[in-house]
Design a binder for this molecule. Sequence first.
Ligand code: 2NL
Length: 362
Amino acid sequence: MSMSVGPSDSVPDEASVKAHIAAFEVDLRAAGSPRDAQAVRDRYLGRKNSIVASWMQSIGGAPPDQKKNIGRYANELKQAIEALWTDYQSAAAADRRPAGAVDVTLPGRMPRLGHRHPLTLVRAQMETIFTRMGLAIVEGPETEDEWHCFDALNMPAEHPARDMQDTLYLATPLRGDSGDADDFRTMLRTHTSSIQIRYMQAHQPPIRIVAPGRVYRRDDLDLTHTPMFTQMEGLVVGEGISLADLKGTLLAFARDMFSATSRVRFRPSFFPYTEPSAEVDISCWQCDGKGCAMCKQSGWLEIGGSGMVHPAVFEAVGYDPERYTGFAFGIGIERVAILRHQVQDIRLFFENDLRFLEQFPY
Ligand code: 2NL
């Protein structure tokens, strides 16, 4: 059995008490069996030939002024060794627990906590920005009839977007709630505009809403396309709503979401449901518009489309287009997340690889 080198047994003092306690712990830890442990204990605390016993004995022959101190040190050592011995014995007893017994004194195991998906987080952040501006969040069904998704949005029957090549239709139509439901196929909504159409049918202006949610298109998978993605559309309708209101709203969004120095640029475009229509670019938040790898040296990042609501849309929902004007915009949530977090491939959001998801533990 190994033994630590004990302190020399000259006159007991504070330092030798400490040294013996430390040595006892080392020896006890080195003990390979209960018998060894008992022997260690006896060497320090036994009635004969132990360290404590020899200190007590030495009191008799010690100078009178030291007797009291030696007694005190011997007592200190004795108490410390006894306490350690008691701990050791109860630990040893715990180790002899019958197999299968539960140690109720063990600390609990920390459960692994999850967190929200990066797209959920970006969506929540966008919702916060727009609700602070006074827009309400509205949701609606993911299966739609063609009236709410196309007809009401100035996309008549012959419109190419309604093609089977582009839109996912249900094999068995559900009964929709447009007037003559039987004439309409049921589809997976291709944009959340259908939510806004339903909202306008049920409410009179003024209207200030954002409509977030999943949308579906017959796209093949690549770096920038998935057949399902999430969108956030905005709609503000009232008397005297102008293109300036649209640009100011998008600018406030860009400055909150991306950078305090963001700028917004409109590029003329076409959508059947807006006139005029514009693609929305924001100045690159990485280089502040100077040109970098992220914006491909252009200084600009495209975040969505927008425009002034087409009068035909107001007519479809029963609003007077002479009295009301409005703006609308559509922003891809994946697109915002990709730009904000510099993600290279949209498919990463849907593969549920924890090595990707755990980089967004907010
Ligand atoms: C895009 C284009 C856009 C709208 C969505 C809209 C909705 C109603 C009326 C008029 Cl109810 N417009 N939405 C308008 C312009 C563009 O989205 O590229 N999105 C990613």
